[in-house]
Design a protein around this ligand. Structure first.
Ligand code: ADP
Ligand code: MG
Length: 344
Protein backbone atom coordinates (compact mmCIF):
# COMPACT_ATOMS: atom_id res chain seq x y z
CA UNK A 1 0.00 0.00 0.00
CA UNK A 2 2.77 2.40 0.86
CA UNK A 3 5.13 0.96 -1.75
CA UNK A 4 5.39 4.17 -3.72
CA UNK A 5 5.42 6.52 -0.77
CA UNK A 6 8.53 7.59 1.07
CA UNK A 7 9.56 4.91 3.52
CA UNK A 8 11.37 5.72 6.76
CA UNK A 9 12.17 2.79 9.04
CA UNK A 10 10.80 3.25 12.54
CA UNK A 11 14.08 1.94 13.94
CA UNK A 12 15.77 5.20 12.86
CA UNK A 13 13.78 7.06 15.56
CA UNK A 14 13.77 4.52 18.36
CA UNK A 15 10.76 3.88 20.57
CA UNK A 16 10.81 7.08 22.56
CA UNK A 17 11.64 9.19 19.51
CA UNK A 18 8.66 7.64 17.76
CA UNK A 19 6.24 8.35 20.61
CA UNK A 20 7.23 11.98 20.99
CA UNK A 21 7.21 12.46 17.21
CA UNK A 22 3.69 11.05 16.96
CA UNK A 23 2.17 12.81 19.94
CA UNK A 24 3.85 16.23 20.00
CA UNK A 25 1.09 18.04 18.08
CA UNK A 26 -1.85 16.81 20.14
CA UNK A 27 -3.59 19.52 22.13
CA UNK A 28 -5.02 18.95 25.60
CA UNK A 29 -8.46 20.54 25.90
CA UNK A 30 -9.95 18.78 28.92
CA UNK A 31 -9.27 18.29 32.60
CA UNK A 32 -5.89 16.69 31.90
CA UNK A 33 -3.04 17.86 34.15
CA UNK A 34 -0.30 15.74 32.61
CA UNK A 35 -0.42 13.90 29.31
CA UNK A 36 2.17 11.88 27.40
CA UNK A 37 5.77 11.79 28.65
CA UNK A 38 5.88 10.57 32.23
CA UNK A 39 5.28 7.17 33.82
CA UNK A 40 1.58 7.90 34.08
CA UNK A 41 -0.87 10.64 33.11
CA UNK A 42 -2.70 12.81 35.65
CA UNK A 43 -6.32 13.91 35.23
CA UNK A 44 -8.72 15.83 37.45
CA UNK A 45 -12.21 14.37 37.31
CA UNK A 46 -14.99 16.96 37.65
CA UNK A 47 -16.14 16.97 41.29
CA UNK A 48 -19.46 15.14 41.69
CA UNK A 49 -19.03 13.16 38.45
CA UNK A 50 -18.46 9.44 37.99
CA UNK A 51 -15.65 8.20 35.76
CA UNK A 52 -16.47 5.68 33.01
CA UNK A 53 -13.79 3.63 31.25
CA UNK A 54 -13.92 1.39 28.20
CA UNK A 55 -11.28 -0.48 26.15
CA UNK A 56 -11.34 -2.04 22.68
CA UNK A 57 -8.70 -3.90 20.75
CA UNK A 58 -8.43 -4.08 16.96
CA UNK A 59 -6.30 -6.80 15.37
CA UNK A 60 -5.20 -6.73 11.73
CA UNK A 61 -6.72 -9.58 9.76
CA UNK A 62 -9.47 -10.00 12.37
CA UNK A 63 -11.03 -6.54 12.66
CA UNK A 64 -9.63 -4.72 9.65
CA UNK A 65 -8.03 -5.35 6.28
CA UNK A 66 -5.37 -2.85 5.26
CA UNK A 67 -5.72 -3.71 1.58
CA UNK A 68 -8.68 -1.30 1.48
CA UNK A 69 -8.61 0.37 4.90
CA UNK A 70 -6.48 3.55 4.78
CA UNK A 71 -4.36 3.96 7.94
CA UNK A 72 -5.81 7.41 8.62
CA UNK A 73 -9.35 6.06 8.57
CA UNK A 74 -8.31 3.16 10.76
CA UNK A 75 -6.98 5.56 13.39
CA UNK A 76 -10.17 7.60 13.26
CA UNK A 77 -12.45 4.56 13.45
CA UNK A 78 -10.48 2.99 16.30
CA UNK A 79 -11.08 6.10 18.40
CA UNK A 80 -14.73 6.44 17.32
CA UNK A 81 -15.51 2.82 18.28
CA UNK A 82 -14.25 3.53 21.80
CA UNK A 83 -16.01 6.85 22.19
CA UNK A 84 -19.25 5.21 21.09
CA UNK A 85 -19.05 2.97 24.18
CA UNK A 86 -18.70 6.03 26.42
CA UNK A 87 -21.69 7.77 24.80
CA UNK A 88 -23.63 4.52 25.22
CA UNK A 89 -23.36 5.08 28.98
CA UNK A 90 -24.86 8.56 28.42
CA UNK A 91 -21.47 9.93 29.41
CA UNK A 92 -18.98 12.30 27.76
CA UNK A 93 -15.51 11.10 26.73
CA UNK A 94 -12.56 13.20 27.94
CA UNK A 95 -9.34 11.24 27.47
CA UNK A 96 -7.96 8.27 25.54
CA UNK A 97 -4.85 6.14 25.68
CA UNK A 98 -3.60 4.42 22.52
CA UNK A 99 -1.44 1.29 22.51
CA UNK A 100 0.01 -0.14 19.34
CA UNK A 101 2.02 -3.22 18.40
CA UNK A 102 3.70 -2.98 15.00
CA UNK A 103 5.74 -5.28 12.80
CA UNK A 104 8.67 -3.92 10.78
CA UNK A 105 6.37 -3.96 7.73
CA UNK A 106 5.08 -0.57 8.90
CA UNK A 107 7.03 2.54 8.02
CA UNK A 108 7.10 5.77 9.99
CA UNK A 109 4.91 7.34 7.28
CA UNK A 110 2.25 4.64 7.78
CA UNK A 111 2.16 5.20 11.55
CA UNK A 112 2.02 8.96 11.01
CA UNK A 113 -1.13 8.42 8.94
CA UNK A 114 -2.63 6.32 11.72
CA UNK A 115 -1.95 9.10 14.22
CA UNK A 116 -3.31 11.75 11.83
CA UNK A 117 -6.62 9.87 11.97
CA UNK A 118 -6.42 9.54 15.76
CA UNK A 119 -5.70 13.26 16.04
CA UNK A 120 -8.62 14.18 13.80
CA UNK A 121 -10.96 12.13 15.99
CA UNK A 122 -9.51 13.72 19.15
CA UNK A 123 -10.19 17.15 17.67
CA UNK A 124 -13.71 16.39 16.40
CA UNK A 125 -14.78 14.82 19.68
CA UNK A 126 -12.70 17.08 21.94
CA UNK A 127 -10.81 14.33 23.73
CA UNK A 128 -7.21 14.35 24.98
CA UNK A 129 -4.62 11.72 24.05
CA UNK A 130 -2.88 11.17 27.39
CA UNK A 131 -0.71 8.09 26.89
CA UNK A 132 -0.40 4.56 25.66
CA UNK A 133 2.18 1.91 24.97
CA UNK A 134 4.27 0.95 21.96
CA UNK A 135 5.67 -2.43 21.11
CA UNK A 136 7.13 -4.23 18.16
CA UNK A 137 5.24 -7.27 16.90
CA UNK A 138 6.31 -10.34 14.95
CA UNK A 139 3.59 -9.59 12.45
CA UNK A 140 0.73 -7.26 11.69
CA UNK A 141 -0.76 -4.31 13.55
CA UNK A 142 -2.74 -4.31 16.77
CA UNK A 143 -4.33 -1.19 18.24
CA UNK A 144 -5.84 -1.03 21.70
CA UNK A 145 -7.57 2.14 22.86
CA UNK A 146 -8.94 2.99 26.28
CA UNK A 147 -11.43 5.83 26.59
CA UNK A 148 -12.15 7.68 29.82
CA UNK A 149 -15.31 9.73 30.24
CA UNK A 150 -17.54 11.20 32.88
CA UNK A 151 -21.17 11.73 33.77
CA UNK A 152 -23.26 12.65 36.77
CA UNK A 153 -24.32 9.47 38.50
CA UNK A 154 -28.02 10.12 37.84
CA UNK A 155 -27.37 10.59 34.10
CA UNK A 156 -25.66 7.24 33.51
CA UNK A 157 -27.63 4.71 31.44
CA UNK A 158 -26.94 1.01 31.85
CA UNK A 159 -28.05 -2.06 29.94
CA UNK A 160 -30.12 -3.32 32.84
CA UNK A 161 -32.72 -0.57 33.28
CA UNK A 162 -35.40 -1.45 30.67
CA UNK A 163 -38.92 -2.00 32.07
CA UNK A 164 -42.04 -3.64 30.61
CA UNK A 165 -44.06 -1.37 28.24
CA UNK A 166 -41.20 1.04 27.63
CA UNK A 167 -40.35 1.95 24.03
CA UNK A 168 -37.28 0.79 22.14
CA UNK A 169 -35.55 3.50 20.11
CA UNK A 170 -32.59 3.51 17.75
CA UNK A 171 -30.65 6.48 16.34
CA UNK A 172 -29.71 6.90 12.66
CA UNK A 173 -29.99 3.96 10.30
CA UNK A 174 -28.66 0.41 10.32
CA UNK A 175 -26.92 -2.11 8.07
CA UNK A 176 -24.86 0.49 6.18
CA UNK A 177 -21.48 -0.44 7.64
CA UNK A 178 -22.06 -4.11 6.88
CA UNK A 179 -23.05 -3.33 3.28
CA UNK A 180 -19.97 -1.09 3.00
CA UNK A 181 -17.86 -4.02 4.16
CA UNK A 182 -19.48 -6.32 1.60
CA UNK A 183 -18.92 -3.70 -1.09
CA UNK A 184 -15.23 -3.28 -0.26
CA UNK A 185 -14.69 -7.05 -0.09
CA UNK A 186 -16.32 -7.39 -3.51
CA UNK A 187 -14.12 -4.66 -5.01
CA UNK A 188 -11.06 -6.27 -3.45
CA UNK A 189 -11.85 -9.60 -5.16
CA UNK A 190 -12.35 -7.83 -8.49
CA UNK A 191 -9.04 -6.03 -8.03
CA UNK A 192 -7.16 -9.21 -7.11
CA UNK A 193 -8.55 -10.94 -10.21
CA UNK A 194 -7.65 -8.03 -12.44
CA UNK A 195 -5.46 -5.27 -10.95
CA UNK A 196 -5.95 -3.02 -13.98
CA UNK A 197 -9.66 -2.56 -13.18
CA UNK A 198 -10.26 0.57 -11.09
CA UNK A 199 -13.14 0.23 -8.62
CA UNK A 200 -16.20 2.32 -9.39
CA UNK A 201 -17.29 3.74 -6.04
CA UNK A 202 -19.84 6.25 -7.31
CA UNK A 203 -23.30 5.88 -5.86
CA UNK A 204 -21.96 3.80 -2.97
CA UNK A 205 -20.41 6.65 -0.99
CA UNK A 206 -22.81 6.37 1.89
CA UNK A 207 -22.18 2.70 2.72
CA UNK A 208 -18.42 3.06 2.13
CA UNK A 209 -18.35 5.96 4.54
CA UNK A 210 -20.37 4.00 7.10
CA UNK A 211 -17.64 1.34 6.99
CA UNK A 212 -14.51 3.46 6.59
CA UNK A 213 -15.42 6.65 8.44
CA UNK A 214 -18.11 6.00 11.03
CA UNK A 215 -19.00 8.62 13.62
CA UNK A 216 -19.96 8.12 17.26
CA UNK A 217 -23.33 9.67 18.19
CA UNK A 218 -22.14 12.52 20.37
CA UNK A 219 -25.04 14.55 18.94
CA UNK A 220 -27.63 12.06 20.18
CA UNK A 221 -26.43 12.40 23.78
CA UNK A 222 -26.75 16.16 23.44
CA UNK A 223 -30.26 15.94 21.91
CA UNK A 224 -31.47 13.62 24.68
CA UNK A 225 -30.15 16.08 27.23
CA UNK A 226 -31.94 18.99 25.51
CA UNK A 227 -35.20 17.03 25.31
CA UNK A 228 -34.80 16.11 28.94
CA UNK A 229 -34.98 12.39 28.20
CA UNK A 230 -33.09 9.96 30.37
CA UNK A 231 -32.83 6.60 28.58
CA UNK A 232 -33.86 3.89 31.03
CA UNK A 233 -31.32 1.61 29.35
CA UNK A 234 -28.84 2.15 26.54
CA UNK A 235 -26.05 0.50 24.55
CA UNK A 236 -24.31 1.09 21.23
CA UNK A 237 -24.83 -1.09 18.19
CA UNK A 238 -21.50 -2.64 17.35
CA UNK A 239 -22.58 -6.24 16.66
CA UNK A 240 -25.95 -5.75 14.94
CA UNK A 241 -29.39 -4.83 16.19
CA UNK A 242 -30.56 -8.36 16.98
CA UNK A 243 -27.63 -9.32 19.15
CA UNK A 244 -27.75 -5.97 21.00
CA UNK A 245 -31.48 -6.47 21.67
CA UNK A 246 -30.61 -9.81 23.24
CA UNK A 247 -27.93 -8.21 25.44
CA UNK A 248 -30.25 -5.47 26.57
CA UNK A 249 -33.13 -7.87 27.26
CA UNK A 250 -30.92 -10.29 29.17
CA UNK A 251 -29.37 -7.56 31.34
CA UNK A 252 -32.80 -6.05 32.07
CA UNK A 253 -34.55 -9.41 32.44
CA UNK A 254 -37.27 -8.46 29.96
CA UNK A 255 -38.46 -9.45 26.47
CA UNK A 256 -38.37 -7.25 23.38
CA UNK A 257 -40.66 -7.04 20.35
CA UNK A 258 -39.53 -5.08 17.31
CA UNK A 259 -41.37 -4.16 14.09
CA UNK A 260 -39.51 -4.98 10.89
CA UNK A 261 -41.08 -2.03 9.07
CA UNK A 262 -39.79 0.40 11.69
CA UNK A 263 -36.11 -0.60 11.35
CA UNK A 264 -34.37 2.39 9.73
CA UNK A 265 -32.46 1.45 6.57
CA UNK A 266 -30.92 3.99 4.18
CA UNK A 267 -31.88 3.59 0.48
CA UNK A 268 -28.21 3.04 -0.50
CA UNK A 269 -27.99 0.20 2.02
CA UNK A 270 -31.29 -1.22 0.86
CA UNK A 271 -30.39 -1.16 -2.82
CA UNK A 272 -26.92 -2.60 -2.35
CA UNK A 273 -28.26 -5.43 -0.17
CA UNK A 274 -30.78 -6.24 -2.92
CA UNK A 275 -27.98 -6.15 -5.50
CA UNK A 276 -26.18 -8.86 -3.51
CA UNK A 277 -29.38 -10.84 -2.96
CA UNK A 278 -29.20 -10.11 0.75
CA UNK A 279 -32.24 -9.28 2.84
CA UNK A 280 -31.85 -5.61 3.92
CA UNK A 281 -33.57 -6.40 7.23
CA UNK A 282 -30.98 -9.11 7.90
CA UNK A 283 -28.19 -6.61 7.19
CA UNK A 284 -29.64 -4.30 9.85
CA UNK A 285 -30.27 -7.13 12.32
CA UNK A 286 -26.97 -8.93 11.96
CA UNK A 287 -24.46 -6.59 10.34
CA UNK A 288 -22.21 -4.85 12.84
CA UNK A 289 -20.28 -1.60 13.28
CA UNK A 290 -23.11 0.89 12.84
CA UNK A 291 -22.18 2.70 16.10
CA UNK A 292 -25.73 3.90 16.53
CA UNK A 293 -27.37 4.05 19.96
CA UNK A 294 -30.11 1.65 21.04
CA UNK A 295 -32.10 2.68 24.09
CA UNK A 296 -35.38 2.44 25.92
CA UNK A 297 -37.55 5.36 27.06
CA UNK A 298 -40.63 5.72 29.21
CA UNK A 299 -43.95 5.95 27.30
CA UNK A 300 -44.44 9.50 28.49
CA UNK A 301 -41.38 10.55 26.44
CA UNK A 302 -42.89 9.18 23.22
CA UNK A 303 -44.12 12.52 21.85
CA UNK A 304 -40.68 14.10 22.33
CA UNK A 305 -39.10 11.67 19.85
CA UNK A 306 -42.04 10.69 17.68
CA UNK A 307 -41.31 13.04 14.78
CA UNK A 308 -37.57 13.48 15.33
CA UNK A 309 -35.60 12.62 12.16
CA UNK A 310 -32.63 11.22 14.13
CA UNK A 311 -34.67 8.58 15.95
CA UNK A 312 -36.82 5.58 15.09
CA UNK A 313 -39.12 3.97 17.62
CA UNK A 314 -38.73 0.35 16.56
CA UNK A 315 -40.41 -1.69 19.27
CA UNK A 316 -41.32 -2.11 22.89
CA UNK A 317 -40.31 -3.94 26.03
CA UNK A 318 -42.33 -6.96 27.15
CA UNK A 319 -42.33 -9.39 30.02
CA UNK A 320 -39.36 -11.77 29.79
CA UNK A 321 -41.57 -14.82 29.21
CA UNK A 322 -42.80 -13.33 25.92
CA UNK A 323 -39.23 -13.64 24.70
CA UNK A 324 -37.62 -11.92 21.72
CA UNK A 325 -39.85 -11.28 18.71
CA UNK A 326 -40.06 -9.44 15.44
CA UNK A 327 -43.35 -8.53 13.76
CA UNK A 328 -42.65 -8.91 10.03
CA UNK A 329 -43.82 -6.49 7.35
CA UNK A 330 -46.60 -8.99 6.64
CA UNK A 331 -47.78 -8.74 10.26
CA UNK A 332 -46.58 -12.15 11.46
CA UNK A 333 -44.72 -12.62 14.70
CA UNK A 334 -41.37 -14.45 14.44
CA UNK A 335 -38.85 -15.28 17.13
CA UNK A 336 -35.91 -12.90 16.75
CA UNK A 337 -32.64 -14.69 15.94
CA UNK A 338 -29.55 -13.42 17.73
CA UNK A 339 -27.43 -13.95 14.62
CA UNK A 340 -28.22 -14.33 10.96
CA UNK A 341 -24.55 -14.42 10.15
CA UNK A 342 -21.41 -13.00 11.65
CA UNK A 343 -19.73 -10.27 9.70
CA UNK A 344 -16.26 -10.74 11.12
P1 ADP B 1 7.00 3.06 30.14
O1 ADP B 1 8.33 2.44 29.89
O2 ADP B 1 6.83 3.65 31.49
O3 ADP B 1 5.85 2.16 29.73
P2 ADP B 1 6.88 4.38 27.63
O4 ADP B 1 8.22 4.72 27.11
O5 ADP B 1 6.17 3.20 27.09
O6 ADP B 1 6.97 4.32 29.21
O7 ADP B 1 5.92 5.62 27.46
C1 ADP B 1 6.38 6.93 27.68
C2 ADP B 1 5.21 7.87 27.54
O8 ADP B 1 4.66 7.79 26.23
C3 ADP B 1 4.06 7.57 28.47
O9 ADP B 1 3.46 8.80 28.80
C4 ADP B 1 3.13 6.75 27.64
O10 ADP B 1 1.81 6.84 28.09
C5 ADP B 1 3.32 7.40 26.28
N1 ADP B 1 3.09 6.49 25.15
C6 ADP B 1 3.72 5.32 24.88
N2 ADP B 1 3.28 4.77 23.74
C7 ADP B 1 2.34 5.60 23.26
C8 ADP B 1 1.49 5.59 22.11
N3 ADP B 1 1.53 4.60 21.21
N4 ADP B 1 0.62 6.61 21.93
C9 ADP B 1 0.56 7.60 22.84
N5 ADP B 1 1.33 7.69 23.93
C10 ADP B 1 2.20 6.70 24.15
MG1 MG C 1 5.42 1.53 27.88
Amino acid sequence: MFENAQRTEISTLGEFGLISHLTKNFELVNNTNLGVGDDAAVISPTPGYKTVISTDMLVEGVHFDLSYFPMKHLGYKAVVANLSDIYAMNAKPKQITVSIALSSRFSLEAVEELYAGIQMACKNYQVDLIGGDTSTAKQGLTISITAIGEAKEEDLSFRNGAKVNELLVVSGDLGGAYCGYQFLEREKRVYLDNPSVQPDLSGYDYIIERQLKPEARKDIIAILETLNIHPTSMMDISDGLASECFHLAKSSNVGITIYEEKIPIDPTTYNFARELDLDPTMCALSGGEDYELLFTIKQEDFSKLEHHADFSIIGFVTDSNEGMNMISKGGNKHPLQAQGWTAF
